[in-house]
Design a binder for this molecule. Structure first.
Ligand code: CA
Length: 220
């Protein structure tokens, strides 16, 4: 799952990045509205943390422009204070949730998890597919009740696929959601990670759809 953080306070930007990385997300960052708007307009994100007060282009304008251009990724808006007018403007501009500063990083993470879950149509924080269970709160994976150890890359791949069961996902889409902007996207590592996940979760867990990509079979 790939997250964009748009926050001009360097210290807060760093804290958010650290927390998101620790939670297993891939992170891109911007420190002003123009850069943030550009990234959100050109890269696919699973969620965005967007500050309302930003240099060059304010957060509300950034969000309004995205929505006008049909960009639908879930957005958590950060407001400087608990001002009701900021919340109303944020929701009107198309924010999916908002949080007033100061906040606990844990609360940001909980809300991001919920936004990603809801945007992919999942109500519970546990994603279950066949005998495999993924707890989005703890990033723990189990199969038939037994814990399975995964590397961070395997976990990212599994998490993305579990959020989109039954959907054919191309290698390009996976690469875009598993790596940040700086990564060399010509890499064929996805195939390697799929292979490793099959070894750990069973050969039939991930299906190859020839010429198109991968899928978690719906009848698992
Ligand atoms: Ca700010």
């Amino acid at each position: 799952m790939r997250i964009l953080i748009v926050e001009d306070d360097p210290e807060l930007n760093r804290q958010l990045e650290e927390a998101c990385l620790e939670a297993g997300y891939v992170v891109d960052k911007a420190s002003d509205g123009e850069e943030g708007h550009f990234l959100g307009d050109t890269e696919p994100y699973d969620a965005v943390i967007l500050d309302i007060g930003l240099p060059k282009m304010d957060g509300l304008t950034v969000l309004e422009n995205w929505r006008q251009d049909g960009r639908k990724m879930p957005v958590l808006m950060l407001t400087a204070r608990d001002r009701w007018s900021d919340k109303v403007s944020g929701i009107d501009a198309g924010a999916d949730d908002y949080l007033a500063k100061p906040f606990h990083i844990e609360e940001v993470l909980a809300r991001i998890r919920a936004l990603i879950r809801r945007s992919s149509g999942h109500a519970s924080s546990e994603l279950v597919h066949g005998s495999v269970t993924f707890d989005t709160r703890t990033s723990k994976v189990s199969m038939e009740g037994k814990s399975v150890k995964l590397t961070s890359h395997e976990l990212r791949l599994l998490s993305y696929m579990l959020h989109h069961p039954g959907k054919i996902i191309s290698r390009t889409e996976l690469t875009e959601h598993l790596y940040d902007q700086a990564f060399d996207k010509d890499s064929n590592t996805i195939e390697v990670f799929v292979g490793r996940l099959r070894k750990k979760l069973g050969n039939d867990f991930i299906e190859t759809v020839r010429g198109m990509g991968y899928r978690l079979p719906e009848d698992a």
